[in-house]
Write a protein of this length. Structure first.
Length: 165
């Protein structure tokens, strides 16, 4: 359970973490400046377990992994969006940041609402209003990648031959 932080449509990767901060891939360093130009209070106020809620085409722009790394580094539990830019979607999975597409949840969650997310079922509950939304759940292998902290850690923990069988 966490607080919802809402963002609009076409939130691009430079708005998530401006290019001038992309001199590192350290999640905690990037988290210090995440959303600094669009929501300056975010980095200092976000709490572990909070949820980012975005409009359509969340994460458009550059293909750098810095944007999902910065969000994950801030302790965000999950990003819920109406839709994701394809490269952000892939990068988020690769680094182990859970993401759910659910336009109805985006429409029904306001800034500051308390939100509970069940990644395995795709259920999103707005505890402030009592509304329940259903996103398509993440596949088991994506949940395993997120639990491992990203694809690199996942592959370190598993024999590639075993995965290919």
């Amino acid at each position: 359970m966490g607080k919802a932080w809402t963002f609009g449509e076409n939130m691009n990767t430079d708005e998530i973490i401006p290019g001038r901060f992309n001199i590192t891939i350290d999640p905690k360093e990037l988290a210090k400046n995440v959303f600094c130009e669009v929501k300056p209070e975010f980095a200092k106020s976000v709490q572990p377990g909070d949820v980012v809620v975005g409009g359509p085409n969340f994460g458009c722009g550059s293909s750098r992994e810095h944007a999902p790394i910065a969000i994950k580094g801030a302790g965000v539990q999950c990003v819920i969006a109406a839709s994701f830019a394809r490269i952000f979607f892939r990068n988020a999975i690769n680094i182990g940041l859970p993401i759910l597409e659910c336009p109805e949840a985006v429409a029904g969650i306001r800034e500051g609402d308390e939100v509970e997310v069940d990644l395995s079922s795709g259920q999103i509950r707005n505890l402030t209003t009592g509304a329940v939304f259903q996103a398509r759940p993440l596949p088991d292998f994506v949940l395993k990648i997120a639990a491992a902290g990203g694809i690199v850690n996942f592959l370190k923990e598993h024999d590639i031959q075993e995965l290919m069988a």
